[in-house]
Design a binder for this molecule. Structure first.
Ligand code: NAD
Ligand code: UDP
Length: 411
């Protein structure tokens, strides 16, 4: 099939793109790179060993969207493009309605004009609001508690009406629970230009020494240990669910909303423990007041995905944390234009390098680089890889450190 992937350079979109290429679909990406970089698409190309077209533009730019559909003539759309921060949606609701709702309407109109009949839409568990004690199945009432959730709810209804009015059309509304983790290659992961508000990237940053401690938003919820409980889903499983949804939509008409999760709840404290295990690092935290708009518990009922899509999640929390950690500390940890920092771990006599590790773009605070942060070390030093200027955090004379840095990173 020919698939137009809006938002294909983003976190979930890039993982789905890789799966689509792996399944030999013909693909084009439509993205304005407002929260991603074209570089991601280069990496996907290399990983997949396959090429695809890229349209750089905003989905609300109807003329350009038309042009891309006229050229590529897709059979289906995977529609990831949109804004996703609950907090920002409270501050800028109109921007959220414009990008998410108006943008989606433009996509649907252009699809119909070009006889493109199948849509897989990135919806969210946020459409449910608080699930309470009732099972969070697809028939649960929809009462989103913030503007972001309402954009997803409105777009779901719009797509449903679209498939009712155009009888040849089909759509699957995938209600993601909490996507985490990264591709095991370490080449793609959550790499937005906006600072992430989500739990796992924050925990990974604390574990890497890039932040001092994690704020736990609320310790008095009616959950297993008082902290918020969520259904975390590995992004690789989520990407696979998109392929299954595409197959399903391709063979039917009408519209189905389907939960995508594992059916298992994990608390914030449990997630911290899993990341400590995956990283071998301690994650300091402090419990602060609840975050506005948060619900206590959000866990999917997943029978419908299994029944209709023949899909179930395969990966658990430990692999989610492992791949998130590998991504956080790997070679693409930097934001655009900034250089990764390399952590050099030395022995007590400062005569040998025990380990070098790329940390991420932000300079770890001196106070967070203590021996307790890493395993089997006595002294920690940190240098910037490029240019080869060294900055001593603890211990060594810069010239000695420079020599070691060159040995560790000869270019
Ligand atoms: P992301 O921000 O990483 O990716 C979104 C992509 O869309 C980015 O590449 C961005 O540049 C592009 N984009 C944004 N607005 C655009 C516009 N107007 N025109 C063209 N391109 C535009 O987000 P993600 O985590 O990959 O999420 C993908 C989709 O899944 C979103 O619709 C999001 O609401 C939904 N979703 C995400 C999560 C999550 O936790 N990641 C959970 C539930 C639902
Ligand atoms: N959370 C937290 N500290 C953070 C980020 C999140 O305690 O820095 C909690 C949050 O209150 C919720 C859970 O982690 O209980 C998941 O939050 P996230 O933002 O990742 O997902 P969402 O709330 O959108 O489901």
């Amino acid at each position: 099939m020919k698939i137009m992937v809006t938002g294909g350079a983003g976190y979930v979109g890039s993982h789905a793109l890789l799966k689509l290429l792996g399944a030999n679909h013909e693909v084009a990406v439509f993205d304005n790179f407002s929260n991603s970089s074209p570089d991601v698409l280069e990496r996907v190309r290399k990983l997949a060993g396959a090429n695809f077209r890229i349209y750089r533009g905003d989905i609300r730019n109807t003329a350009y969207l038309e042009q891309s559909f006229a050229e590529f003539q897709p059979d289906a759309v995977m529609h990831f493009a949109g804004l996703k921060s609950i907090g920002a949606s409270n501050d800028q609701p109109l921007d959220y309605y414009s990008q998410n709702v108006t943008g989606s309407i433009e996509v649907l109109k252009v699809m119909q004009r070009h006889d493109c009949r199948h849509m897989v839409f990135s919806s969210s568990a946020t459409v449910y609001g608080e699930c309470g004690d009732l099972p969070c199945d697809e028939n649960h009432s929809l009462q989103p508690t913030n503007p972001y959730g309402r954009t997803k709810y409105f777009v779901e209804e719009i797509i449903r009406d679209w498939t009712t009015s155009w009888r040849d059309a089909s759509a699957v509304l995938l209600r993601y629970f909490n996507p985490v983790g990264a591709d095991p290659s370490g080449q793609i992961g959550e790499d937005g230009t906006d600072t992430p508000n989500n739990l796992t990237p924050h925990i990974a940053r604390v574990a890497a020494g890039l932040s001092d401690r994690l704020n736990i938003y609320g310790g008095d919820y009616d959950t297993i240990d008082g902290t918020g409980e969520r259904d975390y889903i590995h992004v690789d499983d989520l990407a696979q669910a998109h392929l299954a949804a595409l197959d399903y939509a391709g063979q039917r008409t009408g519209c189905e909303a389907i939960n995508i999760g594992t059916g298992l709840g994990t608390s914030v404290l449990e997630m911290i423990a899993a990341m400590e295990q995956a990283s071998g690092r301690h994650v300091p935290y402090v419990v602060v007041p609840r975050r506005s708009g948060d619900v206590a518990r959000s866990v999917a009922t997943v029978d419908k995905a299994e029944r209709l899509l023949n899909w179930t999640a395969k990966q658990g929390i430990s692999n989610m944390c492992k791949t998130a950690w590998d991504w956080q500390t790997g070679q693409h940890a930097g934001k655009r234009g900034l250089k990764p920092q390399r952590l050099i771990v030395c022995d007590e006599r400062k005569s040998a390098i025990l380990e070098t590790r790329t940390l991420g773009i932000e300079k770890p605070r001196t106070s967070s680089l203590t021996a307790g942060n890493a395993i089997n070390v006595d002294v920690l030093c940190q240098v910037s890889v490029k240019p080869k200027r060294t900055s001593v955090i603890e211990g060594w004379h810069p010239r000695v450190l420079q020599r070691h840095a060159q040995q560790a990173h000869p270019d």
